[in-house]
Design a protein around this ligand. Structure first.
Ligand code: GLC
Ligand code: CA
Length: 604
C-alpha cells in the first residue's frame, strides 16, 4: 500500500493506493421524541438489527469539533453538547478518530493505552455519557481501532525495547541489519519505506536491532504472527463493546502483515522508465511485501466473531466493522467482506468511487457499476472525504463553482445505493485551509515533506459553528487556526438559509431515509454514453422509480433519460430535489441542468 492519498493521481498504476449504545444502554432502547420533520426514526427490531445498511455515518476529528473547557482542543463533552445538531442532520453513527491516551505524535493514531480516554479529550465517564446521550438520539458511537501499530510509549513497546529476552520482544518486528556485526549496525534489513517518508526501519542502540514502523518512528508495528497480539486486541474490542460502542473503524488494516521473506519491494517506474519519486524524495515502492497480505483476512474473521458476540437484544442492532481499505480494484474490495460463512467487515470503505479525484463521468459510472454488480449481496460504503485528504473543494472544485460541485458530490454520496460516510464540516461546505508557513505546521509529515507535502492540517481545522472570532469552537486559543471564511461559512448562517449546503445535505439524507427507492432500490445507470452528465435510476419493487442527474460541467446541459441504459419510456417527472434555480422538467426525455446542476425526480 502506498499512502499516495494526497497526491492527486490517476489511479492508473497497478500499485496499491492508500492515501494517502449500548449504544443506548437504556432498557428497551427508548428514544425520546424527535422534532417533527427532523429525522425518520427506525424503530422495528428488524431495521435495528441491520441499521447500518442504509445508514449515514459522520466522521468526527474530536480535536477539532467542539472544545468545552477552553483549552483550544475539542473534547468528548463538546461532542455530547452537539448531539442535537447531528440528530437533526440525520446521522445514524459517529466515527470518532482515536481518543485513547496518546503522546499525540500522529494526533491519536499513536496509542499508548487502548482502554482509556486521553485526558485532553475527557474521561471514561465522559465517554459513557456520550454513548448514552447519543443512544437516546438513535446515534451510535464507532471507535477507531489501530491494530497495525502502537505508540512507542505503550507499555508493550517499552517492555519490548527493554531487552532482547523480554517476553514482549516478539510483540513487535525486530530484525538485524544487513551486514550487522558486533560493532557495526550495518544497514536496514531491506528497502521498505514508511508511508510518512524514508526507511521504515529504526535502529535501537540499546538492544542493537532495527524495528519496523510503517508510519512514524514513534508508531512501531505490532507482530501479527504472534497469537498473543490477537488475544490482546480481542480483549480490547470486548472492553469497548461492553461499554456499548456501535462498532469500530479499523485503521490502516491492509498494513497488518509484512512478508516474512523480507525481500526488497519493487520500485514503481514512470512512463520513461525512471523510478517515480514521492513527495519525500524517495523512490515509490510497489507495496508488494508490506500491503494487503492475505494474513489480515483470518484476523478480521476473528475480530468479526468477537464483535458478533455482542449482537444481542440487550444492545440493539449489529455492531459494525468498517475498514480503512484503500485498494486497487473492486475484486480486492470484495475480499474484505469475507466468505459468507466467515464474514469480515460489514463495511469496508469503497475508496474507488470517492477518490477518483476528478469529475470524470465515465470513471464515476464505471466505479458505481462495479459497486453495484461486483459485491454480491454486500453493501457498499461510499466515502469521499476524511482527515487524511484535502477536502472536497481541493480535490473536486474548480475555484468558481465549488458549492455547486459539492452538491454534485453529495448527491452521488447519498443517492447511490449503500451506506454513506462523510466528514465533519462537509455539510456546510468547509474548505481546505493548509498552513502557509512551515513554522505553523502541526502534522509531522508536513514538516518532513514541506513544501510538496504540507501535511494534513488543512483538512483538520476547527468546525465552523458561527461567525464569532473562534467560530464557536473554543473560548481559548484553537490548536489550529480557524479559517477566516468562517465569517460566512458556518452552521448558524447555514441554518438561516434554505438554499445552504446544510439544507441540501438534510434534504438528501431525508430522501435517503424515507423514499422507498432510495432506501432499498438497485442502482441502474441511465444515458450511459453521456460524458458530461451522470444519470442513474433507483428502482425498488412496488415503489416509483427515481431518477438522478448530475451535471459534471460548467455549461448547461439537456439530457434524455430514455436514451441508452435502462430503456425508460418518456414519462412525467415529479421533482423531489433540484439545485437552487433549477427547472422542473416536462418529461423524462428533456431534463435541463444548470452548471454543475442536480436533478432528482420520481417517474410518474
Ligand atoms: C490511517 C489514518 C491516518 C494515520 C495512519 C496511521 O491512515 O487515517 O490518519 O496517520 O493510519 O495510523
Ligand atoms: Ca504492519
Amino acid at each position: 500500500m502506498h499512502w499516495t492519498k494526497r497526491i492527486i493521481t490517476t489511479i492508473a498504476s497497478c500499485a496499491l493506493i492508500l492515501f494517502s449504545g449500548p449504544w443506548a444502554q437504556i432498557a428497551g432502547g427508548q428514544t425520546p421524541p424527535v422534532k417533527p420533520g427532523t429525522r425518520p426514526s427506525s424503530s422495528s427490531s428488524a431495521s435495528m438489527q441491520d441499521w447500518w445498511k442504509n445508514a449515514v455515518i459522520y466522521e468526527i476529528y474530536p480535536r477539532s469539533f467542539q472544545d468545552s473547557n477552553g483549552d483550544g482542543i475539542g473534547d468528548l463533552n463538546g461532542i455530547t453538547d452537539r448531539l442535537d445538531y447531528l440528530r437533526d442532520l440525520g446521522v445514524d453513527a459517529i466515527w470518532l478518530t482515536p481518543v485513547y491516551p496518546s503522546p499525540q505524535v500522529d494526533f491519536g493514531y499513536d496509542i499508548s493505552d487502548y482502554k482509556n480516554i486521553d485526558p485532553q479529550y475527557g474521561t471514561l465517564a465522559d465517554f459513557d455519557r456520550l454513548v448514552a446521550e447519543a443512544g437516546k438520539r438513535n446515534i451510535r458511537i464507532i471507535m477507531d481501532m489501530v491494530m497495525n501499530h502502537t505508540s512507542d510509549k505503550h507499555e508493550w513497546f517499552i517492555q519490548s525495547q527493554s531487552s532482547r529476552d523480554n517476553p514482549y520482544r516478539d510483540w513487535y518486528m525486530w530484525h538485524d541489519g544487513k551486514g550487522q556485526t558486533a560493532t557495526d549496525k550495518g544497514v536496514p534489513p531491506n528497502n521498505w519505506q514508511s508511508v510518512f517518508g524514508h526507511s521504515a526501519w529504526q535502529w535501537d542502540e540499546k538492544t542493537r536491532q532495527y524495528y519496523y514502523h510503517k508510519f512514524y518512528i514513534q508508531q512501531p508495528d505490532l507482530n501479527w504472527y504472534n497469537p498473543k497480539v490477537h488475544q490482546a486486541f480481542e480483549d480490547i474490542l470486548r472492553f469497548w463493546l461492553k461499554r456499548g460502542v456501535g462498532g469500530f473503524r479499523f485503521d490502516a488494516i491492509t498494513t497488518l502483515y509484512e512478508d516474512p521473506g523480507m525481500a526488497d519491494e519493487g520500485v514503481v517506474m514512470d512512463k520513461d522508465g525512471k523510478p517515480k519519486i514521492n513527495a519525500y524524495g524517495d523512490p515509490q515502492l510497489d507495496g508488494s511485501k508490506t500491503d494487503n497480505l492475505p494474513g489480515l483476512h483470518p484476523v478480521m474473521q476473528e475480530m468479526r466473531a468477537t464483535s458478533d458476540e455482542f449482537n444481542s437484544n440487550k444492545f440493539p442492532g449489529e455492531r459494525v466493522l468498517i475498514g480503512e481499505t484503500y485498494l486497487p480494484n473492486i475484486e480486492e474490495l470484495k475480499k474484505m467482506y469475507g466468505p459468507v460463512d466467515k464474514p469480515e467487515f460489514q463495511l469496508p470503505m469503497d475508496t474507488q468511487v470517492g477518490f477518483i479525484n476528478k469529475l470524470d463521468v465515465t470513471a464515476f459510472r464505471s466505479k458505481l457499476i462495479d459497486a453495484e454488480t461486483h459485491l454480491s449481496a454486500n453493501i457498499p460504503l461510499i466515502v469521499f472525504d476524511n482527515h487524511d485528504n484535502p477536502r472536497l473543494d481541493a480535490r473536486y472544485g474548480d475555484g468558481v463553482h465549488d458549492t455547486e460541485i459539492e452538491r454534485v458530490i453529495s448527491t452521488i454520496l447519498f443517492a447511490s445505493r449503500g451506506t454513506s460516510l462523510f466528514y465533519y464540516g462537509d455539510e456546510i461546505g468547509m474548505k481546505t485551509t493548509p498552513p502557509t508557513r512551515k513554522a505553523d505546521v502541526k502534522d509531522p509529515i508536513g514538516v518532513t515533506g514541506w513544501p510538496k507535502e504540507k501535511g494534513r492540517d488543512g483538512e483538520r481545522t476547527p468546525m465552523q459553528w458561527n461567525a464569532s472570532k473562534n467560530a464557536g469552537f473554543t473560548t481559548g486559543t484553537p490548536w489550529l487556526p480557524v479559517p477566516p471564511n468562517s465569517a460566512t461559512i458556518n452552521v448558524k448562517a447555514a441554518e438561516a438559509n434554505p438554499d445552504s449546503m446544510l439544507a441540501w445535505y438534510k434534504s438528501l439524507i431525508l430522501l435517503k431515509k424515507t423514499n422507498p427507492a432510495f432506501e432499498q432500490g438497485a442502482n441502474l445507470m441511465l444515458d450511459t454514453d453521456n460524458t458530461k452528465v451522470l444519470s442513474w435510476m433507483r428502482q425498488a419493487q412496488g415503489a416509483p422509480q427515481v431518477v438522478v442527474s448530475v451535471n459534471f460541467t460548467a455549461d448547461p446541459q439537456l439530457v434524455n433519460l430514455t436514451a441508452s441504459g435502462a430503456g425508460l419510456e418518456p414519462a412525467h417527472l415529479k421533482t423531489l430535489l433540484k439545485s437552487p434555480g433549477g427547472v422542473d422538467p416536462v418529461s423524462l426525455d428533456r431534463v435541463a441542468l444548470g452548471p454543475f446542476g442536480v436533478y432528482i425526480g420520481e417517474v410518474q
